[in-house]
Structure formats: C-alpha cells, structure tokens
Write a protein that binds this ligand. Structure first.
Ligand code: PLP
Ligand code: COI
Length: 354
C-alpha cells in the first residue's frame, strides 16, 4: 500500500514557536490510515493536521481501546534529522496493539509514514540544545458500537510537536512521591502496554502530589505494595556507590522503556555496572539514608535522563545527592543525547538518519 502525500501550500504553513512547552504546538501535517475488518489497512494519507470526525459512539470514547507511542526526531549538527531506535518503537506499538485486541500495523508502512511526515515538516524540528520534534503515533477504535467487544474499525494516526525539556525543572532534579495507597497496574493487566487508561488511572494521585510540590509519582507493585515499579512518565534507576545502575526488572506491569533498555546497554559501555532487580521500597529508602544509593534518576523518551533529588514516602522526605544532578546521570545524559543528536559515535547502530 502506498502513502498519498498531500502537502499544504507553503503560505498556509505555520512555524516552530521559539518558546517550547511540551506538546502544546503541532506541526503542519499528520499521517492517518484506516482499518476495517475484511479490508485491512487502507487510505494512508499525509495531509494537513486536522481535527478528527468521530461518532460519539466510537468505541475509544467509551471503552478506551487506544494505544500510543512516543518517539523523537533530532536535529543533527549537519542539519539532517534522525530518529532514535524507531524499530523498537514500532515493535512496541504492535505489542500494545495485540494486548488491546487492535490490528497490528505494517512496520514498513509505519516507518515510511514517519520518514515522509518528518521530511515534509523538517522545519518543525528545532535546533536549540535539548529540543526535538516529539512524535506521537496513536491508534483508536472508531467503530460506533456500545456493545462491549473489540471494534471492527480503527484509525492509526501520527502527529508531531516541537518540544523542549519535559519537566519545568529542566535538567534540575525532580521531586517524586511514592504512592502508598494507589496502584498503577497489576501483573496480567495492561501496565506493559502503552494505552491511555494507564495514564488516566494515574491522574488522581498526580494532581494530589503536584499540589504538595512533587512532579511525578513512583508506583509500587499492586500485589504487595512493596516493590518499586516505575515513575508516571519514565522508568526509574538507582545508582549504588556511584558505579552500579540498578533498575526494577520488567515485572509484567511496567512499561518496557526503550530509554531504559538503552541505559542498560549504554551504561556498561561507559564504565558502569548494571543490574535489573526486584527492589523493595524499604531497602531503597534505607540505602538512601545510609548513603549507599548515591543517585536516583528517571529515563524515558520525553524525560530523557531526569535526576530525582527528593523521594517522599508516607510523609517522610528522602534527599538524594543534596538534591543535585549526580555524575552518573550527567554522564548517561551526555552519552545518550550525544548519540541521539549525532554529536557522538553510535556504537549500537541506534540512529536512523532520514
Ligand atoms: N514508563 C512510562 C509509564 C512511560 O510513559 C514512559 C514513556 O514513554 C516510559 C516508562 C519510558 O519509556 P521510553 O523510554 O520508551 O519512552
Ligand atoms: C514519552 O516519554 O514518550 C511518553 O509517552 C510519556 C508521556 C507521559 C509524555
């Protein structure tokens, strides 16, 4: 199937804003394709960014049959634009689709759509340090039907948004609240899938802790309420003794982050040990108090590598590295972004220049 490209006239195109809030402005074009049972995927088009026309009975609006992805396009020193591990994003998109009983997309069509869309909206890829064009592939169930069951019709679309740092703190450490009451996801549920409901379920606690001065929530496992899982928009890593990066193992309820996987591969390459383990929150907090944990940071596409300077559990604050960004997080940030932005070697062949 080929993708029809309908570029909008030059004089109707917008321009990339100077001030970049996360996900507030959108580039000129978007990709859409439709799926119908029996017909498969059809009508793949890149055209003007537009509002969607949906039946108020569309399944996505009632039962949340939806998946999305997050990736970025980076401006390189030679002016070219690249993606970071797009193959991993596309594969995760299809794994989420399978979990949510949605049709998988053709990986080659998805990649071609990304390449054509971002080539067309090249000028929306910002070049200020730390900025990028955030890419949001999404799939929604469009069948107008209130009976509960997998839909028969879907829309797959891709929109893009020029972004700066995800957190208002920029590269300064964020404060994270460990939820002792609410849980994000349970093994056997949909925590591993990138589906909107996981994020909707987190909002009650996020709003509550934001009013107390915390930027994100760290979720514990839903069975024992004891093991660290992940943070709202990123995976989490704990640094022991300034040299060993430990992250919760993929439990079945954590999103398998592509940045997390990259950290696990990159850290040994730049001199750190890595470990995936079941991490008891009480041990973590005791190890912070004892000075054994020297840094904590989150990692994700939007968050990149974000130092965590303060953790709160049951009303008690635990300060990490004097609430400053630590050397391991800084080195990982520099190494990872060096590869992503094309200012450093790419030993793992992660970069896809378009
Ligand atoms: N965990 C959650 C809940 C996320 O939303 C994200 C962001 O995508 C991550 C982890 C990190 O995943 P990735 O590194 O693939 O962006
Ligand atoms: C991403 O990092 O791509 C995400 O999807 C997290 C989101 C909450 C912005």
């Amino acid at each position: 199937m080929s993708i029809t490209v309908n570029p909008i006239p030059e004089n109707e195109r917008g321009s990339c804003p100077k001030e970049l809030a996360f996900g507030a402005a959108f580039a000129d074009h978007m990709f859409t394709q439709l799926y119908d049972d029996g017909l498969g995927w059809h009508d793949a088009v890149i055209g003007r960014f537009h509002d969607l026309k949906l039946s108020p009975a569309a399944a996505v609006l009632h039962y949340g049959q939806e998946i999305f992805e997050g990736m970025k396009a980076y401006r390189r020193p030679d002016g070219k634009v690249s993606f970071f591990r797009p193959d991993a994003n596309i594969k995760r998109f299809n794994r989420s689709a399978a979990r949510m009983v949605m049709p998988e997309v053709d990986e080659a069509v998805h990649l071609e759509a990304l390449e054509k869309l971002i080539s067309l909206d090249q000028k929306w890829v910002p070049s200020e340090p730390g900025s990028s064009l955030y890419i949001r592939p999404t799939m929604i169930a469009t069948s107008p039907k209130l009976g509960l069951g997998a839909a028969k019709a879907y829309m797959h679309f891709i929109i893009t948004s020029p972004v700066g740092p995800y957190f208002k703190e920029g590269l300064n450490p964020v404060s994270v609240y460990i939820s002792d009451k609410y849980r994000r996801a349970v093994v056997g549920g949909v925590g591993e899938a990138k589906t909107g409901g996981n994020y909707a379920a987190s909002l009650l606690v996020s709003e509550d802790v934001a009013s107390k001065g915390y930027t994100q929530v760290l979720w514990l496992d839903a069975v024992e309420g004891r093991y660290a899982e992940e943070v709202g928009a990123m995976n989490v890593c704990f640094v022991y003794g300034g040299e060993r990066v430990v992250t919760p193992s993929l439990s079945g309820s954590i999103l398998p982050g592509i940045t997390r996987d990259s950290v696990l591969k990159l850290a040994p390459h730049i001199g750190f040990e890595v470990e995936e383990a079941r991490l008891d929150v009480n041990t973590i907090l005791a190890d912070i108090k004892a000075g054994k944990i020297t840094e904590v940071f989150g990692c994700g596409t939007a968050a990149v590598i974000s130092p965590i300077g303060r953790l709160c559990f049951k009303g008690e604050d635990y300060i990490i590295n004097d609430n400053k960004a630590g050397p391991v997080a800084k080195k990982l940030y520099d190494s990872l972004t060096g590869i992503q932005y094309g200012t450093a070697e790419d030993p793992f062949n992660w970069v896809h220049v378009i």
